[in-house]
Design a protein around this ligand. Structure first.
Ligand code: AMP
Ligand code: MG
Length: 673
């Protein structure tokens, strides 16, 4: 049983090695012992080991900070160094609501007193919801030393973070706090100071760290503060670099779920996904109809057979409405394909099994016709009422897409369905940003530095080609107010915004700061390990809808380089649009192809190489690259019908190697059509 008077702590080990073999971990027992020796207040409620993976670290921490029963303290160990895989601080920074540089300072200064190598650790500390989060190094010794440096002060911080009244907590002044925590330093002038929440930071040369380090929210290290200008902008991206699958998982997680709506059955319904099962209100066919051109016959009463012989042609039934006369025994009726059977008829003999026996006097009409077969059975060549679709049967299921091929649309119109429940398709706005961008149809010559808008036209057509409604949001300049105002306007009209440009590391790259700081949005990722498209950014913003309810809108801020923008659209935006409209599978179709030429790999980033996939006469799919893949070169898309997914690696992939391809267009039949 958990003791409610104790402070609950979780220890999270971040280590690829310990994930594979938990017995290699020596940190958990060491930290547990440290907690026990310092105070009986602590209850080490949980321990967990995860690999060096941003999302797994975040998932584990969230479990302890966002759930029903939260921890007072989460200590992570590992992943704080400078190695490529070290990403714990980046993972945690994203989760921390209030940063606690004082705790960081405390840990660093105490370990610096032991070794200058302490500078090689990148600890973070802060508060998420009601939980203190603290990172310590991965080595058992470093972990212990760092935690030891601040551990005595943590109960106070935990109690405050939990929401305790700070006035009563601070009632005895700083002196009492220090005494309670057992951290009184000789040179502290604590007694003369007010028990206040002081907001200034920097270095307190006179000593006390922990309890007084209340952060100012402005210090949260997110995007650049654009007002800081070029000299003070962040010089490396604060956003962790996610793998494409991890980024896609976040897109799926944060794209709003599909919304149901009623739509009329007309061609504009193509591409929608049904949100409920559809029953037919009518039978198909609605009457007994002939399957062939021939003669309807009526079997003599009580007879299983219709005999050969010559019969008078008493009626004619064409495929038209009306009619409905009775066929008597001993007569036959000429009938065309799809025409209703006269009542009383049992079967239809096809015209090939008959011969004309006598014609009318004017020679224009059949009088008698000979039936040449006696093998006709009752019901033969007749489509009974409801034999294609019976009334009340389910013709389509919820989740099925009304495809462009037409089968589903055909079923709906054939039974006279008027309205159906489908998932609404998102409305997608497309905006280009950049002071250098001018409209593509501007007639004049470009001036120095000007660039024709390539992204907006191709993204608008891409959105439409995929069956979504696109809104042209124009070109917006790199001015924070212009950008904010235009994004706000756009969010009112659209469910999904696609912007291009302004997501790199320049001081005029304003998208991330504007989304975060001005619109109050959340950036779920700001960097993806891919080529091209690395700065691809995905965010959501919650806004008030027309009727006052809160709705979540999605923003994709794609790189400015045209080839990057198109790759990022197909890789990230398309699956999100599919998700929002209930379409499965998400994104472009995948196939395996065999390389028909050697291609060079990028040493660090998986590459989405524009390529041509073709089927040779042996039926196998082969692929070649379209050549020059520079991210500014939209020409690399010319003729392309696929992205070849090349893994990162040194050297080349050889002719004959297999890779995955994402199909953008129709597969060709040979490499040279
Ligand atoms: P940025 O991400 O704003 O730094 O832009 C990266 C590069 O893409 C720059 O060379 C821009 O001029 C170029 N670029 C940005 N937007 C567009 C656009 N809409 N059409 C063509 N090129 C663009
Ligand atoms: Mg720009």
């Amino acid at each position: 049983m958990a003791d409610r008077n104790k402070l609950r702590a979780g220890i999270l080990i971040v280590s690829d090695t310990a994930t594979k073999d938990p017995s290699t971990d020596r940190t958990i027992p060491l930290l547990k012992e440290l907690f026990r020796s310092v105070s009986s207040q602590w209850d080490i409620a949980e321990t967990l080991i995860v690999p060096d993976n941003v999302l797994e670290i975040q998932r584990a921490v969230r479990l302890w900070t966002d759930g029903e029963v939260v921890m007072n303290l989460v200590v992570t160990s590992g992943g704080t160094g400078f190695a490529l895989k070290d990403q714990t601080p980046e993972a945690l920074s994203f989760l921390i609501h209030k940063h606690a540089p004082g705790l960081v300072h405390g840990m660093l200064s105490s370990s610096l007193a032991i070794t200058p190598f302490a500078m090689m650790s990148r600890p973070v500390a802060g508060v998420r919801n009601k939980t203190i989060i603290l990172s310590v190094p991965g080595s058992p010794k470093g972990a212990k030393e760092n935690l030891e440096a601040v551990l005595k002060l943590l109960p106070h911080a935990c109690i405050q973070a939990q929401g305790e009244d700070s006035r009563s907590l601070h009632a005895g002044g700083i002196e009492k706090l220090e005494k309670d925590a057992g951290v009184r330093l000789p040179e502290t002038k604590g007694s003369s100071e007010q028990p206040s929440h002081c907001h200034h930071h920097g270095h307190h040369h006179h000593g006390h760290h922990g309890p007084r380090a209340h952060t100012n929210p402005k210090d949260r290290p997110t995007s650049n503060d654009p007002s800081a200008g070029p000299t003070r902008r962040a010089r490396s991206s604060p956003y962790p670099m996610l793998s494409v699958p991890d980024a896609l998982a976040l897109v799926a997680e944060h794209t709003p779920p599909p919304v149901k709506t009623i739509r009329a059955v007309d061609p504009s319904i193509l591409g929608h996904v049904l949100a409920s099962d559809i029953q037919s209100n009518e039978p198909v066919p609605a009457f007994r109809a002939s399957i062939v051109d021939g003669y309807a016959v009526r079997f003599p009463k009580g007879q299983p057979k219709f005999s050969t012989g010559t019969y008078p042609v008493a009626l004619v039934s064409h495929a038209a409405k009306g009619q409905g006369r009775v066929l008597n025994e001993g007569e036959i009726a000429r009938i065309t394909t799809g025409a209703p059977l006269p009542s009383g008829a049992d079967a239809v003999v096809m015209v090939e099994d008959t011969a004309v026996a006598a014609v009318t006097d004017d020679g224009k009409e059949e009088k008698d016709v000979e039936i040449l077969t006696d093998e006709i059975k009752k019901g033969e060549n007749v489509r009974e009422v409801g034999s294609d679709v019976s009334q009340g049967s389910t013709i389509l299921k919820s989740g099925e897409q009304i495809s462009m091929v037409g089968g589903e649309f055909g079923l709906l119109v054939s039974v006279g369905a008027k309205e159906v429940e489908v998932y609404r398709k998102p409305i997608v706005g497309v905006m280009s940003t950049g002071d250098e961008i001018i409209d593509f149809d501007e007639a004049r010559q470009l001036e120095l530095g000007e660039v024709r808008d390539t992204n907006r036209p191709i993204l608008l057509t891409s959105v439409k080609a995929n069956g979504f409604e696109a809104v042209d949001l124009g070109i917006v300049s790199d001015k924070i107010h212009a950008l904010e105002e235009n994004l706000r306007l756009a969010l009112r009209q659209c469910d999904v915004l696609i912007t291009t440009g302004g997501v790199s590391m320049g001081e005029l790259d304003l998208l991330k700061p504007t989304i975060e700081r001005s619109l109050g949005g959340t950036i779920h990722f700001g960097r993806v390990n891919m080529k091209p498209g690395k700065p691809t950014t995905f965010a959501t913003v919650t806004v008030k809808g027309d009727d006052g309810e809160r709705v979540r809108k999605v923003i994709f801020s794609l790189p400015g380089n045209p080839a990057s923008a198109v790759v990022a659209f197909n890789l990230f935006v398309l699956p999100s649009l599919h998700h929002a409209s209930g379409i499965h599978p998400l994104g472009l179709p995948r196939v395996n192809v065999r390389l028909d030429e050697e291609v060079k790999m990028d040493p660090t980033r998986p590459e989405y190489c524009r390529g041509i996939v073709f089927a040779e006469s042996d039926g196998l799919l082969r692929a070649v690259s379209t050549g020059g893949q520079r991210s500014s070169k939209i020409g690399s898309f010319k003729g392309a019908n696929a992205f070849l997914c090349l893994p990162a690696g040194s050297g080349v992939l050889k002719k004959g190697d297999n890779v995955e391809a994402l199909l953008l267009g129709r597969i060709l039949n040979t490499s040279n059509p």
